[in-house]
Structure formats: structure tokens, C-alpha cells
Ligand binder design. Structure first.
Ligand SMILES: N[C@@H](CCC(=O)N[C@@H](CS)C(=O)NCC(=O)O)C(=O)O
Length: 215
């Protein structure tokens, strides 16, 4: 029997974030497909994992978790000896990594997710893009990327010398944004551009993309 179960949908950015971690950690796992088109995430069974009715959720024995970033922190701690070390054992190094994990969640992701929705997802659904929302969030994202450019000029990865969850958490939104006009904001900043090329080429991430391409 698999060690853990990931309940999610490969098209969902938050599910992709957890899958990237599971692949980095090389953990035996079962992926339980949640059919969002059929509304499975709003039905009783899935609500027992996440009362907010959003994917992903994790089951590890008796433990049930939701919120992709919290799931990833748990996996990185619980399976510390397996696969890639996605967190630091040293508390000062980990504190710095935690700062950049918060930056991703609080500064980067709100703008990146809105842009992904407006420029990548809405066109797929035949909905029209709100250009005012795009303009506002492109400006917000550009400011965040200026900070990233300075940070990455001094540090190979956001959290420090090694690839950590602080980098990994960006991968799903990067995937959607790179098919849009927003790519230019990453390309025009040399350290950000080199960092994106590095983290998106990781074998674990390529496995997530392979799963996505089967959908
Ligand atoms: N902060 C949550 C966000 C989860 C989330 O927004 N999931 C989306 C898919 S990416 C979802 O389930 N949307 C359906 C809904 O909100 O009804 C996490 O990181 O896990």
C-alpha cells in the first residue's frame, strides 16, 4: 500500500505544487483524481478532507491535511531523509527560507494567480480577459520580481544556496504564466530568468508536467 495519498487534480496549480514535492522526495504515493468538472471537491467525501472544498488534500495514515504549502512543509519534515532536502535543519537558514516562502504566498502568488486566471485560464474557458486587472497585477508582479532580481544576484536560490520549498512553490504559476505576455517580466531580469530556467528543468517538475499533458 502507498505511504501517502494525494487527492487532487493535475490541472490545479495547488495540486501541482504538492505533486512536485512528492516527486522531489521520491515518496511512494497514490494520486487520487478528484473530478472537479463533476463537482467532486464539493461533495461530502472530499469535504471530509477539506471543508473549504478545494484541492489538494493529503492523507498519511490517520493524518488528513489541506492547503498545499502546509502539506509540503509536512512532507519535507516527515520524509526529511528521503529525496531532495527541501528545507534546512539549521534554524537560522530555515528562518530565511521561511521568509521567502511567505514572500511567495503573500506577495508573489496573489498577483501571479490573478494573471494566470485572466491570461491563461479565462481564454481556455472562452471568457474575456479583464485588461484593467491584468495591468494592475502586472505592475504588482514587476515590483516583486525586482526584489527577486536583487535577492537572486546574491543567492543562487530564494531560500539560500540550495533549492527549497521557497523555490518549488512558484513552479505551478510559472508554468501558466510562461504561456502569456507576462513571461517578458521574467525574461528581462537576468538572475530571475536563470533561476526560472534552473527550477523548471528539475526532473521532478518534468514528471508533474508529463502528468498534466495526459489530461
Ligand atoms: N490555498 C489553497 C488553494 C487551493 C485552491 O484554490 N484550489 C483550487 C484549485 S487550484 C480549487 O480547488 N478551486 C475550486 C474552488 O475553489 O471551488 C492551497 O494552496 O491548497
Amino acid at each position: 500500500m502507498a505511504a501517502i495519498k494525494v487527492h487532487g487534480n493535475p490541472l490545479s496549480t495547488a495540486s501541482m505544487r504538492v505533486l512536485a514535492t512528492v516527486y522531489e522526495k521520491e515518496i511512494d504515493h497514490e494520486f487520487v483524481f478528484v473530478d472537479m468538472r463533476a463537482g467532486e471537491h464539493k461533495k461530502e467525501h472530499f469535504l471530509s478532507f477539506n471543508p473549504f472544498g478545494q484541492v489538494p488534500a493529503l492523507e498519511d495514515g490517520d493524518l488528513k491535511l489541506f492547503e498545499s504549502r502546509a502539506i509540503n512543509k509536512y512532507i519535507a519534515c516527515e520524509y526529511a531523509v528521503k529525496g531532495t532536502q527541501l528545507i534546512y535543519q539549521d534554524s537560522k537558514k530555515m528562518a530565511i527560507t521561511s521568509v521567502w516562502m511567505e514572500v511567495e504566498a503573500q506577495q508573489y502568488d496573489p498577483a501571479a494567480s490573478k494573471l494566470g486566471w485572466e491570461l491563461a485560464i479565462k481564454p481556455l474557458l472562452g471568457m474575456s480577459t479583464d485588461t484593467a486587472v491584468v495591468e494592475e497585477n502586472e505592475a504588482k508582479l514587476a515590483k516583486v520580481l525586482d526584489v527577486y532580481e536583487s535577492r537572486l544576484a546574491q543567492s543562487k536560490y530564494l531560500g539560500g544556496d540550495c533549492f527549497t520549498l521557497a523555490d518549488l512553490h512558484h513552479l505551478p504559476t510559472l508554468h501558466y504564466l510562461f504561456g502569456t505576455q507576462v513571461k517578458k517580466h521574467f525574461d528581462s531580469r537576468p538572475h530571475v530568468s536563470a533561476w526560472v530556467a534552473d527550477i523548471t528543468a528539475r526532473p521532478a517538475w518534468l514528471k508533474v508536467l508529463a502528468l498534466l499533458s495526459q489530461q
